[in-house]
Each structure stands twice: as C-alpha cells, then as structure tokens.
Write a protein of this length. Structure first.
Lengths: 116, 112
C-alpha cells in the first residue's frame, strides 16, 4: 500500500533555531499533503495543506511565517518550524489523501519535536 | 462545540468483554467517516471506514446514523492488543482530498 516516509522521527532543538521535517511519498505521487500537530492527550489538529506547485493553505490561527511549508515535488513536502519555542514542542505528522473516496489517509510516522 | 466529540475515557475492560464507543459530529455536510487507531506516540492507523448501512470487520462493527450525526464502534471479545486510543474521524470534503477532522480519541485499556 501507499507509504509516507517522515523524518526525523524525533528531534530536540534549542529555542530560536529552526527545524525541518520531511515527508516523502514512496510509491505514489502526492499532490496534496496535510500537516497536523498533536499535543498530549489532544486530538490531531490540522495546521495546513500543502499543494504541489502552489502555496500552502493554512488553518485559522496557524502562523504561516513560523511554519513554512514547501511542496517541492510530487513526492516531497516539508514543514519548517522557524525560531522554535518550547510551546512548539509537539507531535507533528503528515498525511496524504487516499486514492479512493472511502479509503484511509496515509500517515507519516510522525516527528516528536522538543524545544529546550 | 467541538466538531467531533468523543468520550476520552479511559475505558478499562477485561479480556473478552464487549465495549462500545460513541462519537458525534456537528457538521451535517460531512461526507465520510472513519475509525482510526492510535498507539502511544505513534501515527494513527485506519481501523475501518464507516458506511451508512453499517459495516463489520471481524470483531469490529461500525455504525453511522446521519440523522443523529452519530457514529459508533463496537469491539467484541476484546484482546489485550486492542488497548489503544480510538479516533473518530470525519471528512468534511466531498472528494478524497477533503480535510479530516479528528475527535479527541477514546482510550481503551484491556486487562487480563
């Protein structure tokens, strides 16, 4: 089945630095990629939708200058957390839509970001 | 009001028990519905799609009531390996590129 490879799985960084998270579709082309964030004991919250060849669409309340999304090709989407702060510490996960209407979305394995 | 609401639990049940989870959604225009399973610190994995007529997959049965905007998941003969968080998920879009809206999840602990 479809596989989305997400890296890194875990990262610890200092406040003020930037972190890039990559999601690659391994055996299919993903024209769209969804980026979610999940805080402990909370649901996955959609941050933004990246589209190959065009600007990402951000959800209300998500700072586009802080969370830079690039969909460089049909197999690669990246999320860069710029000037990270401890409150950005969270579980970030990408997802590609299914090939059929009632199919499940394919999720990356997630990135656990800790900002110290 | 949350777009997708679930009782967070936890539900603590013995092996072999039958357990049911409920979920309500607020947007009547929602198009498709799913149950995902999430293990601790892992990505969600599709458990099953939920069809209007209800559907069953082994020990798992999902039901959808569009009039009441209510979704359920029934797990029969619980196994220790069923311990996880179960996410009720709704697709608002009319196509397969629509946004997924996740419930908070219901935690299940199956005990020996």
């Amino acid at each position: 089945g479809a596989v989305v490879s997400q890296h890194p799985s875990r990262v610890i960084c200092k406040s003020g630095t930037s972190v890039k998270i990559e999601c690659r579709s391994l055996d299919f082309q993903a024209t769209t990629m969804f980026w979610y964030r999940q805080f402990p004991k909370q649901s996955l919250m959609l941050m933004a939708t990246s589209n190959e060849g065009s600007k990402a669409t951000y959800e209300q309340g998500v700072e586009k200058d802080k969370f830079l999304i690039n969909h460089a090709s049909l197999t690669l989407s990246t999320l860069t957390v710029t000037s990270a702060h401890p409150e950005d510490s969270s579980f970030y996960i990408c997802s590609a839509p299914p090939s059929s209407y009632l199919g499940g979305y394919t999720f990356g394995s997630g990135t656990r970001l800790t900002v110290v | 009001r949350k777009e997708v609401e679930q009782d967070p639990g936890p539900f603590n049940v013995p092996e072999g028990a039958t357990v049911a989870f409920n979920c309500t959604y607020s947007n009547s225009a929602s198009q498709s519905f799913f149950w995902y399973r999430q293990d601790c610190r892992k990505e969600p994995k599709l458990l099953m799609s939920v069809y209007s007529s209800g559907n069953e997959d082994g020990r798992f049965t999902a039901q959808l009531n569009r009039a009441s905007q209510y979704i359920s998941l029934l797990i029969r003969d619980s196994k220790l390996s069923d311990s996880a968080t179960y996410l009720c998920v709704v697709n608002l879009g009319a196509s397969n590129t629509g946004k997924l809206i996740f419930g908070q999840g219901t935690t299940l602990q199956v005990k020996p």
